[in-house]
Ligand binder design. Structure first.
Ligand SMILES: Nc1ncnc2c1ncn2[C@@H]1O[C@H](COP(=O)(O)OP(=O)(O)OP(=O)(O)O)[C@@H](O)[C@H]1O
Ligand SMILES: [Mg+2]
Length: 319
């Protein structure tokens, strides 16, 4: 486990953004700086953290954790479906194949929790699914459930959408939808099985897929703590039986901090992150990395931007 001193020492060196116009045309997402050129995207995972669609600041080593976990998982699932990954020139960077992204995100859930639990309780859970009565918070489903959402344009919130509506609106063809959901189920099963061997529960996750060279490919990030919920497996049953919250190693930690300490749930100006909370969150990210991979996270303290630039030059991505 990485010492807090090291996480604290990295605070002034985090990657807020990477300005390297020589890499191509920039699209800055909430977390990634994406440089496209031709059919390739140099996808730089910065240390930015977002919650409730606001970028709040940076977390030491977060970009590296997310990028390395995505590369780790893509390797684990490469027999299930093609993925967009081409090359990893730096621990925080992936060069990927550009795809035409499907206009929906495939959310798949093994448990009823989070926003779905809130909707279910309020009798508002829809997705064209007939929800069983009497579910309890954090209860496991017999079969994982797919709750898709639209991929909203910049500045808008993603909206829940059911399968019938996706097909009616022609957002994807029935064939692509069938294949995409089948792939999502296989990926999720693989993810859950692996997580379980590492003492974690992969609770739910979100996949993005696209079409490249006429084929369905898995794009974006997968099974990261930003796109997924992870709980500690040990003690799940007891906590569930007692109605207690689960032990979380995912983005829910920042949401809880914002809500409980600052009453912030997306409206108005978010509170500034204190260094203590930045270190606390860094510890969670590193912890989930170490648990999932079984590796020790041993990155050096220092400028992430300088390291990336060096590695991109060495690998010929930057002149
Ligand atoms: N292979 C790919 N081809 C095309 N687009 C991709 C590919 N992989 C990921 N993307 C897109 O690149 C972007 C990654 O940046 P990031 O995750 O920071 O954005 P975001 O904040 O999640 O989304 P946005 O700001 O676009 O709503 C996302 O819009 C994602 O959909
Ligand atoms: Mg994203």
């Amino acid at each position: 486990m990485i010492p807090d001193d090291k996480l604290r020492a990295q605070l002034p060196h985090t990657l807020q953004q990477l300005d390297l116009p020589g890499l191509g045309e920039l699209y800055r997402g909430k977390v990634r700086d994406n440089y496209s050129r031709g059919d390739r995207i140099v996808m730089v995972t910065t240390d930015r953290i977002s919650a409730f669609d606001h970028v709040l600041g940076t977390i030491p080593f977060k970009g590296e954790v997310l990028s390395r976990l995505t590369a780790f998982w893509f390797d684990k699932v490469k027999d299930i479906a093609p993925t967009h990954i081409v090359e990893v020139p730096d621990p925080s960077v992936m060069v990927v194949k550009r795809a035409k992204a499907l206009p929906i995100e495939i959310v798949i859930r093994g448990y009823v929790t989070g926003s779905l639990w809130r909707d279910y309780q309020a009798g508002k859970a829809d997705y064209g699914i007939s929800w069983p009565a009497g579910l309890r918070k954090d209860q496991r489903f017999d079969q994982p459930i797919i709750t898709p959402s639209t991929k909203a344009e910049y500045g808008k919130h993603d909206e829940p959408i059911g399968e019938a509506e996706i097909l009616k609106q022609g957002l994807v063809t029935p064939d692509v939808w069938k294949e995409a959901t089948a792939v999502a189920r296989r990926l999720f099963q693989r993810g859950q099985e692996w997580a379980r061997t590492r003492g974690l529960i992969l609770v739910d996750t979100k996949y993005e897929m696209g079409i490249a060279d006429g084929k369905l490919v898995v794009i974006d990030e997968i099974h990261t703590p930003d796109s997924s919920r992870y709980w500690v497996a040990d003690g799940y049953e007891e906590r569930f039986a007692r109605g207690e919250d689960q032990e979380m190693l995912d983005k829910e930690n920042i949401r809880q901090w914002l809500i409980k300490e600052h009453g912030f749930s997306g409206h108005g100006t978010p509170p500034p992150l204190t260094d203590d909370v930045r270190v606390m969150l860094a510890r969670k990210y590193v912890e989930v990395f170490e648990k999932l991979t079984g590796e020790t996270f041993a990155s050096e303290v220092g400028s992430v931007a300088a390291r990336i630039e060096r590695n991109l030059r060495a690998t010929g991505h930057l002149a």
